[in-house]
Design a protein around this ligand. Structure first.
Ligand code: ADP
Ligand code: GLC
Length: 521
């Protein structure tokens, strides 16, 4: 229960958001954008927000031109298995925001070229690294007497945190009013480790059971977060439903279905400080919904020039900025690649990922230099220029928890071609006679995951491009779509408040383990 004296302070919640990546300090994907944007939006409406992230090597690259990073003097001594691992808390903040950011320094774990993997695969000590980080978050809360109402953990890397709150800190000094929230950004990455890794967590083996931390005799840190958090969210309403089905549930659909009353889907937003065509410093020409027809072509021609594509206003330019993985529909693109280059179009790819896809897209560009450009790498500036300079954006995802690029595309007047899954289904309205007539059409949407259906959708884009009146109508509707973070942040606040009003849950864990004790292997 909330203390009576505290109930009024719901106006100013103390929120600790824990994430393994956050822009501008570290990023591999959308989680980084979302962590900072959500934390900033909550802080902007007056809540006391602390964002906690690892002090990755990447952070050093942004040091020069961002806010100073200071040593707080707080030293952590974190038990990880039989070791005690030392950590240091650094602090900084987001320029022009009252958001406090804490960076957990542990050079052996985080001073590495990649966040989670080297070119040869996942780091073998990932479990140890993120057990350390989750415990460091809880320890930092104690050291700095943050007394949070909400500890909001994200994805498997912080999946242990809700378990620590539930099993070690429930009602403890400094945690009297704390509830935990766990957000699933991508159910496919679960943090699986051999059973023996359970020893690293410091938790009792009795929790290594099929309803809490164990999955197919492996430790599963995403499942741990799902089992122990007071409330669960995921990043779109459609994905919240999808993950309760065998098709999208990645083996956890039964647990998620069981927790369906504690699960809500909240669509991510766009951080307009970073993604706004009117003020974007990476663009050769800025634009808005009124002047895009004059200024966006300048971005297109600059992009074509930069990428070595012929400056052809008559050919629609398709962009794609993405992790190159099965999730993002790269197999569909592979399947129809030959047919695509036979059309009057150009495509700009930017991404890294699966070598097979990188090679295929490089080859496509090598064979068709006047039609295709492929950039393998991570390039923030080029990502913005592709969003602004393209006419259409390709996002034929196999599944998509939310997806940010389709929303950046809408904001940048670049019509997204998406598959109707997850957040793509929730943010893009297909173009047809009715939606054109009533002004709601914002993109091209297809359903069936096959090459033919995807190619038909591309053909619909080509047709739309030949019809400037309707094309501009679709662009304008997309640019006016409200994807601001304040909408999403309000939904998170409502979720926090509802969770705080509930009694802390007696965890599923406590209820099930009595009958299903596990014997340590
Ligand atoms: P996911 O998190 O599944 O990768 P999202 O659409 O949620 O997909 O977010 C991806 C984020 O990462 C976007 O901000 C996108 O612009 C960015 N991004 C992905 N690949 C690259 C890249 N190669 N260079 C620059 N930005 C990239
Ligand atoms: C994940 C998902 C993506 C989502 C992002 C941020 O990486 O794949 O769809 O937008 O998290 O929530």
């Amino acid at each position: 229960m909330l203390h009576k004296s505290e109930s009024n302070s719901l106006d100013r919640l103390r929120i600790v958001l824990a994430s393994s990546e956050a822009v501008p300090w570290s990023k591999t994907g959308g989680l980084a954008d979302v962590s900072t944007a959500l934390a900033k939006s909550l802080a902007a409406v007056g809540h006391d927000v602390t964002l906690v992230v690892p002090y990755h090597r990447q952070t050093e690259f942004v040091r020069d031109h961002k806010e100073e990073i200071h040593n707080s003097g707080v030293q952590l001594r974190i038990p990880v298995g039989t070791k005690t691992v030392l950590g240091t808390v650094f602090w900084t903040h987001v320029p022009s925001s009252n958001l406090r950011v804490l960076l957990i320094d542990q050079p052996e774990y985080f001073d590495r070229a990649g966040l989670y993997q080297s070119p040869s695969g996942d780091y073998s000590d990932n479990c140890e690294r993120f057990v350390f980080f989750s415990r460091a978050v809880v320890s930092t809360i104690e050291h700095l007497v943050l007394r949070p109402h909400i500890v909001h953990a994200n994805d498997w890397q912080t999946g242990l945190a809700p378990a620590l709150i539930e099993l070690e800190k429930r009602g403890a000094p400094g945690f009297e009013d704390t509830r935990s929230i766990f957000t699933i950004h991508n159910l496919a990455f679960q943090g699986w480790f051999p059973a023996d890794a359970m020893k690293l967590t410091g938790l009792d083996w009795k929790h290594f059971n099929w309803q809490q931390m164990e999955c197919h005799n492996q430790l599963n840190l995403l499942k741990t977060g799902i089992a122990f958090a007071d409330f669960l969210t995921t990043v779109s309403p459609t994905y919240a439903k999808e993950i309760q089905t065998p098709e999208f549930g990645c083996g956890l659909h039964e647990l998620l279905e069981h927790r369906r009353d504690d699960l809500v889907g909240i669509l991510n937003g766009v951080d307009t400080d970073t993604w706004c065509p009117e003020s974007d410093p990476f663009l050769p020409s800025n634009f808005n919904a009124d002047n895009f027809a004059a200024n966006k072509p300048i971005c297109k021609s600059h992009l074509q020039d930069r990428l070595g594509l012929p400056d052809r206003p008559d050919a629609p330019l398709f962009g794609m900025v993405s992790r190159m993985t099965d999730q993002k529909g790269l197999d569909l693109i592979t399947e129809v690649a030959q047919k695509l280059v036979e059309q009057n179009l150009q495509i700009a790819f930017l991404g890294t990922g699966n070598e097979r896809y990188e090679w295929m897209l490089r080859e496509l560009a090598r064979k068709h230099p006047d039609k295709v450009s492929t950039t393998i790498g991570f390039d923030e500036r080029l990502a913005h220029q592709i969003e602004a300079g393209s006419d259409f954006y390709l996002m034929p995802s196999r599944y998509e928890p939310c997806g940010l690029n389709q929303m950046y595309s809408l904001a940048y007047g670049t019509v997204p071609l998406v598959r109707a899954v997850g957040g793509l289904a929730d943010s893009v309205v297909d173009t047809n006679v009715d939606s054109i007539a009533n002004g709601t059409a914002t993109g091209i949407v297809f359903r069936k995951y096959d090459g033919g259906t995807f190619f038909d959708a591309v053909s619909r884009c080509l047709k739309l491009y030949q019809d400037p009146t309707n094309h501009h109508k679709v662009i304008r509707a997309g640019m006016r779509y409200d994807s601001t973070w304040s909408r999403s942040a309000n939904e998170y606040l409502a979720t926090y408040e509802n969770t705080l009003k509930r009694r802390p849950r007696t965890s599923l864990a406590t209820r099930v383990t009595e009958s299903k004790d596990h014997v340590a292997p």
